[in-house]
Ligand binder design. Structure first.
Ligand code: FAD
Length: 293
C-alpha cells in the first residue's frame, strides 16, 4: 500500500458538470489501474465508505459532508484502437468525446454519437449512456471489474451482464469498472465519419444548453413518451427555484445559473415530478444519480 496518498476535505464542486458538490472526507485521483485497486483495498481494510466519480456529468451531490473516500477516475485515460479490426481497449476514465474523435481519425465507424456525451467510458457503461436507439452496450465486448466485496478482478463478457435503457448490472452490484473493450466497424471513410461526428456535436449544442452547467437529461423518458415534452406541457419550461432552472432550450435539462445549491436542484426535481404526476399521471424517474440523499 505504498501509493496511498489521499487528500482530505475536498470540495467536489469542481468534479461535477453541474458545479455543485459537498465536501468529501478523503479524495483520490489514481493515475494507474494498479493505484485504483490499491485505494479500493485501503477502503476495505479501513472499513470506510467509498464512491466513484468519472467525469461527474450525471451526478447531483448533496452539499453536505460525505464520509469516506471519493475516487475520481479521470486520470485513467489510456486507450488503444486497432484500426484494422476496430477493436478498442480503454481504461475507465477515457472521455467519450476523446474516443469518438480517435475512432473517426482511425476510420472506425459506430461511435460518432459519443461526441456529445461528456462522460467517461466507466460512467457510460454504468449508466448505459446513449443517444436515440444507440447505447454504450451495443459496441461493448467485455469489462474488467474489481469486486469490492472479495477484492478480486474479473473479466466479464457482455453476455453475462444486463443492459437496458439507461440501466446496467453495475447499478445493482459492487463492482468497480476498471477497463473495457469495444468493437467498432473498421476501414471506413475517415472524412464521412469525421463529418458525421462534427454534425452530431452541432445537433446537440444547437438544441441543448451545453454552454451552462448541467447534468444532461434529468429524467428517463417514459415508455413511448419524452420527459422534456411532458415537462413543457405542464408549463415548467424556464421555471426556476433560486439558481436552478428548467432550461429554456431543452426542458429535460436543469441548468445551474451560477449560484444554485443542491437543495434548489433537488426541490426543482421534486416539483417537476409532482406536477407531471398530477397533470399527466406519469411518474418521471430520475436518470441523474444522487449522492448523499
Ligand atoms: C451536457 C450533457 C449532455 C449529456 N448527454 C447525454 C446523452 O446524450 N446521453 C446520455 O446517456 N447521457 C448524457 N449525459 C449524462 C452523462 O454524460 C452520462 O450519463 C455519462 O455516461 C456519465 O459518465 P460520467 O463519467 O460523467 O459518470 P459520473 O456522472 O461521474 O457517474 C455516474 C455513475 O457512474 C458511476 N461510475 C462512474 N465510473 C465508474 C466506474 N469506473 N466503475 C463503477 N461505477 C462508475 C458513478 O459512481 C455514478 O453512480 C449528458 C450530460 C451532460 C452534462
Amino acid at each position: 500500500m505504498n501509493n496511498i496518498k489521499v487528500k482530505k476535505n475536498i470540495n467536489l464542486l469542481n468534479y461535477t458538470t453541474i458545479k455543485i458538490g459537498g465536501y468529501t472526507e478523503f479524495f483520490a485521483e489514481p493515475s494507474s489501474i494498479y493505484d485504483l485497486i490499491e485505494y479500493l483495498k485501503w477502503v476495505k481494510l479501513n472499513n470506510l465508505k467509498f464512491r466513484i466519480i468519472g467525469a461527474g456529468s450525471n451526478l447531483l451531490i448533496n452539499n453536505t459532508f460525505h464520509k469516506g473516500l471519493t475516487i475520481c477516475t479521470r486520470k485513467l485515460k489510456k486507450i488503444t484502437i486497432n484500426k484494422l479490426s476496430g477493436y478498442v481497449e480503454t481504461e475507465c476514465g477515457v472521455m467519450l468525446p476523446v474516443m469518438a474523435n480517435l475512432l473517426a481519425q482511425n476510420g472506425c465507424e459506430g461511435g460518432e454519437w459519443l461526441i456529445g456525451i461528456p462522460g467517461t467510458t466507466g460512467g457510460a457503461i454504468f449508466m448505459n449512456a446513449g443517444s436515440g436507439n444507440l447505447w454504450t452496450s451495443k459496441y461493448l465486448l467485455s469489462v474488467q471489474v474489481f469486486d469490492t466485496k472479495n477484492l478480486s478482478i474479473y473479466n466479464l463478457n457482455k453476455e453475462n451482464l444486463i443492459f437496458k435503457y439507461r440501466f446496467s448490472s453495475f447499478q445493482t452490484n459492487e463492482f468497480v469498472i476498471l477497463k473495457a473493450n469495444f468493437m467498432f466497424k473498421p476501414n471506413k471513410n475517415i472524412k464521412k465519419i469525421t463529418d458525421k461526428t462534427k454534425q452530431n456535436l452541432k445537433n446537440k449544442t444547437d438544441k441543448q444548453p451545453y454552454h451552462l452547467p448541467s447534468f444532461g437529461s434529468v429524467f428517463k423518458n417514459p415508455k413511448d413518451n419524452y420527459a422534456g415534452k411532458l415537462i413543457e406541457e405542464v408549463g415548467l419550461k424556464g421555471f426556476s427555484i433560486g439558481g436552478a432552472q428548467v432550461s429554456n432550450m431543452h426542458s429535460n435539462f436543469i441548468v445551474n445559473n451560477g449560484d444554485a445549491t443542491s437543495e434548489e436542484i433537488y426541490q426543482l426535481i421534486t416539483v417537476i415530478q409532482q406536477k407531471v404526476l398530477q397533470k399527466k399521471g406519469i411518474f418521471l424517474h430520475p436518470e441523474v444519480r444522487m449522492i448523499g440523499y
